[in-house]
Ligand binder design. Structure first.
Ligand code: NAD
Length: 350
């Protein structure tokens, strides 16, 4: 039997990516929808064949507890609402898949982990890159030592938000928890840790926001941050809301550099390896079949729930990343590197 998912929040990500991805899932199905808009519920429910009794407005959220078709609740709301809805889902006795960033601070994220532990339900954070095939292959290069030691990582995630008005929730400090860093810079942070296979011991950062721009009254525009890993690998990360879209990742190994355009995009990744064959420089594209990373992520949660296994991207990983993002903000504020021993401890629990 396929695992049934209730999707909470029918915004851009749910409509454009998550709901369509279920068509490519093998272990999961759409079982229920939750939205504040009855019109949206009716239209999207009809499109995906969700029965009337499984369409919920927020005031009826708790009734999902009595719906045996729902195994997992997938929270796709603004970041500042994740905590409340993860806790309500856990209390309803349902497993939870929560969009990134997990919360708006590490303390809230830990409360969410504890709530799911207390309720005996599984909590996974929707870090889709762990299920994106080009990144999985790059991780294998590091783990297998294919090109020798991983010396450095460069990670850029830049997305212009000029089309967003300052009223969009991503520019509201309480609803977003931060600007480019938790929204898109988190991909650089989380993916660098995934690829390196270790947790940074120190971070340093600079932040800039254009003065007087109402979009950046409460959240930041641009963050440049550096991660030092225990093995000596260094990651240079850059994220911004202010420049043309760019999602680029480079791994500098002792014997090759591995480039990935569109590294954090929904689709369109390429993997290029530049190396030497004898005295000759060569650059080759590695052929990898594209796959829907949302479908892979949702199927992973479904299989974890079916077999009682901890997800590859558990709630504790979300807490860890919030601890590190708080250290990044602190480093920028204080103008000095910040040691991050507590991030490793969080990860050990994961
Ligand atoms: P969105 O603004 O398009 O959708 C948010 C939904 O929440 C809307 O349907 C909105 O009506 C609803 N909502 C309920 N209460 C609200 C309130 N008080 N204020 C604003 N909206 C409210 O946002 P989105 O881009 O779909 O992002 C939703 C979540 O998904 C965020 O946590 C975001 O970080 C995450 N996200 C993840 C990815 C990814 O690739 N994994 C991509 C985009 C967004």
């Amino acid at each position: 039997k396929r695992t049934g998912f209730a999707i909470v929040g029918l915004g851009r990500l749910s409509i454009n990516e998550i709901l369509p991805a279920f068509a490519e899932c093998s272990h999961a199905r759409i079982a229920a929808l939750v939205s504040g808009s009855r019109e949206k519920l009716a239209a999207v429910g009809a499109q995906y064949g969700v029965v009337e009794g499984s369409l919920y407005t927020y005031d009826r959220f708790e009734e999902i507890a009595d719906n045996p078709d729902v195994d997992v609740i997938y929270i796709v709301l603004p970041n500042g609402m994740h905590r409340e809805y993860v806790i309500r889902s856990a209390k309803a006795g349902k497993h939870v898949l929560c969009e990134k960033p997990m919360a708006t601070n590490a303390a809230d994220a830990q409360v969410m982990v504890d709530a799911c532990d207390d309720a005996g339900v599984t909590l996974m954070i929707a870090y889709r890159i762990h299920f994106q095939p080009h990144n999985v292959e790059a991780r294998r290069f590091v783990a297998d030592g294919t090109y020798g030691r991983l010396v450095g990582i460069t990670a850029n995630n830049v997305q212009t938000v000029n089309q967003n008005g300052p009223q969009q929730w991503r520019h509201d400090g309480d609803l977003a928890g931060g600007g480019s860093l938790p929204d898109i810079g988190l991909y650089c942070l989380n993916t660098a840790i995934y690829l390196a296979g270790e947790i940074p011991v120190e971070v340093s950062a600079d932040i800039y926001s254009p003065p007087g721009d109402p979009k950046y009254a409460e959240v930041e525009e641009t963050v440049s941050f550096r991660l030092k890993f225990p093995s000596g690998t260094i990651a240079n990360c850059f994220t911004s809301y202010g420049a043309r879209d760019d999602k680029y990742q480079r791994l500098n190994f002792a014997e090759a550099s591995v480039d990935m355009p569109n590294a954090y995009s929904y689709r369109g990744q390429d993997l290029w390896v530049a190396s030497k064959a004898g005295d000759t420089d060569q650059k080759a594209q590695i052929a990898i079949s594209p796959a829907n990373q949302f479908a892979a992520e949702i199927d992973h949660m479904a299989q974890c729930v079916q077999s009682g296994v901890t997800p590859a991207t558990p709630g504790e990983m979300g807490v860890r990343d919030h601890v590190l993002m708080e250290a990044i903000y602190r480093s920028a504020r204080e103008g000095r590197p910040v040691a991050t021993p507590d991030a490793g401890e969080r990860a050990d629990k994961a």
